[in-house]
Structure formats: C-alpha cells, structure tokens
Design a protein around this ligand. Sequence first.
Ligand code: GAL
Length: 436
Amino acid sequence: MKEFYGICRVMIGKKQAVQSMKLGLVILLLTLLPLPSVQATTPLDVLHWWTSPGEHRAAEVLRQDLLQHSVIWQDHAVPGGGGDSAMAVLKAQVIAGSPPDVAQIIGPNIGEWANLGYLQPLDEWTANWPDDWHRTLDELTRFNGERVAVPISIHRINWMWLNPQVYQELGLSLPTSWSQIMRDAETLRDAGITPLAHGGQPWQVATLFETLLLSVGGPEFYRDYFVYRTPEALADSRVEEALHLLRDLKTLMDDEMQNREWQEASRMVIEGEAAMQIMGDWVKGEFVAHSMEAGQDFLCMPVPGTAQHHLYSVDTFVFFQREDDETRAAQARFAEGIMDSNTQRLFSLQKGTIPARADLSLAGFDDCAQTSAHVFREAEATGLLAPSMAHSMATTPGVESALFHVLHRFFRDDDIPVTTAREQMARVLGALRDHE
Ligand code: GAL
C-alpha cells in the first residue's frame, strides 16, 4: 500500500498540465481504498480554518498523507477566511481548559501563545529536519530561540487573478497599472462583467489595503508603517494615497459584495462573471479544484508596482502541551509528517502555495508558484519582504483587529474622510509602539 501512495505522489509531480486531474484521482482513490495500516494511535484534534472547496481539498491531502506517519487527524475546521473565527474558537477552548492537540496558528501570535507557556517545544523532535531554512521561516517558528511551530507552506498575497477569456473576448490588453484597471472598468461593465470580484469582510478589506500600501509605497515603506511604525511613516501621505485607491477600487465591485466570502469572489472569476480578483494565492487552490490550469484558464499577475515584492503569509502548526506520552508521540509524528518533502509538495500543489522547506525542487509547479518562489528568495536576500498585516505576520492580534475595524468602517462609509482613517490607523499603530 505504501508503494501505491508513493507512486501516486510521483505521478503528481510529473506533469503540471494534468496535475489537478491526477490529484482529484488520488483523492478519490485514497478515499476508496482501505487505509494503510495505521498502528493503534491516539487521534489528534486539529484546529484550522481551511474550509473553502480548494482549502478543504488541500487539508484532505494533508490528512490522508499524514496517515502514513500513523497520524489520525480529527478535523476541527472553523469556517472564516483569514482565521479570525478560528482564533476566537481557540481562545474559548483554552479558557474552557480544552485546547486542541494541534492548531494552525501563524505569525507573531505563535510567540504570544508560547510566552503563555501553552506550546510544546519542538527541538527534541527535529532531528530529521533539514538544516537549510528560509531565514524568515526559521525566525517565525522559534520563540526565545527554541522551535515551537512547524511550517507547511508560503502564500504570496500581492496577486491579481484574471479570467483571460474575458479580456480576450472584449479585446482588452492585460492590465499592468491602476489607471488601466480603472479605464477598463467601463468596457467590462458594458459587457455585464464585474471588473473586480471582492468580498467586503474586514479581513478581505485589510488584505486589499495592504497590497495597495505595498503598491504605492514599496516594501521598505510598508515595513516602516506596519512593522516599525515610525512616526514619519504613520504620517506619510502615501497612506492616504492607498486609502484613495481602496475607495476607487470599491467602485469596480458589485453591490452584493459586502458579506461575500473570498471563494465566492473566486467563483465569479472562474465563471467569467468578473474579470479579476485581488487576493492571496489561496485563490489558486479554488482554480485548481476546478481543474483549471495556470497560464491558460486563469492568469496570475502581480498587483501593479509589486512585481519584485513578496507580501507573504506562512502557514504553521503548533502543538499544545500534553501530559500523556501517546499524544505527545502522535504530535511528534504529525510534526515529522508536515516536514516530509512529499507532503509539502502535495499540499502546496493543491493549496496554491510554495513549500515551506527551502531545499525542495519546484519541478512540476506552475509559473505562479515558480514566480512566487523566485521573488521570495530574492526579496529575502535583499531584505525586501513584506509580512502580511492582514494575515498576522506583521503585528499582534489586538492591533490587527483594531486596524481591521478602522479599515472596514472606512470601506463601508464613503463619508469618512481619508485623513480621518489615516489618523485613526496612526493612533492604533502608534499606541502599540509607545507600549513597547
Ligand atoms: C490565510 C491563510 C491561508 C488561507 C487564507 C484564507 O490567513 O494563511 O492558508 O487559508 O487565510 O482563508
């Protein structure tokens, strides 16, 4: 049986052209065939927020693959893109004294949980892990020097996802600037197509805003603003420029967008109801789930002005401390499985990401993933990565939710002046700086 699984995995790596079909087949076979012999083992509760169709398929690949490491994954998926609801559920579970065995926790939030003493230190489990790490991921997964999280893959957020047929049929060239995007809107609207598919949920608004800030100011300014929170950056007029742009882009969205889920916006692009979506590459998981191919059925293009930049979010798992040896042993096998090279490849092909491991070949991955990997390496080498604020990489959960609130109100209410929103965000970010 193990060989069969191995063959399936090699097959998937071979050709990107048939990759999603094969993945579909593998998932089907894996569910039809008897499970590989899993030693009697303690199941693990796994809390995560991968609930869209594409995310669900990716999580399923992971769950099935971990069986080979004798891990029984008891799914606790909390709906809600970006993980806000999942983190609220996690807090409630911890307060009730029943944290999960494994949780998807990302960014500096890992350090907050580790600081409270909840997380299992991983150093004794890492003997077989590679030495070659992306520096950023190495830092993200440690607390006080000790490894406390295991990374699965890296998302790039500053992407536009386009339906090429829409552009072709209307004779529009592919957009490379904001002014072109604004100009094309009329042609698209006349043809009954929504120029920009989006959902007005707070985390989605924040995701769009941070890509605009990156587009307008570049990664150094972005980090001065969200990470270092310098007084100059907080007062900079480029923040207002990004807010104006956010308001301009709102005019390209349809009236139904306020509470729309991100995957519903992706569906609009898939079906040609909308021309494009601006969102992280978890969107690619939705295209892949529809057996669509990059470069042919959909296109990924960098958000204008950000081709060399990588606005990243890294997905990681942590382990809540357990007394009993069996659960700890199962957690160790989970961590081992997540770091397995084939597991990382399989998951990323389905999720839209690039593997977290720096030593893996990307043969068989599409051009969007190749670009993401190349830009990530370059930007990391030159110190120009941009950690996502909206996806918990740049700041603490408290500041993140205060910024979500300001941005969401600004987005909903066109009467709020741009200067007011800038000042409100400066107060939130400045208060954090003063507190440090
Ligand atoms: C991000 C997460 C991704 C994706 C996205 C939408 O925070 O890193 O894996 O799931 O949210 O839910």
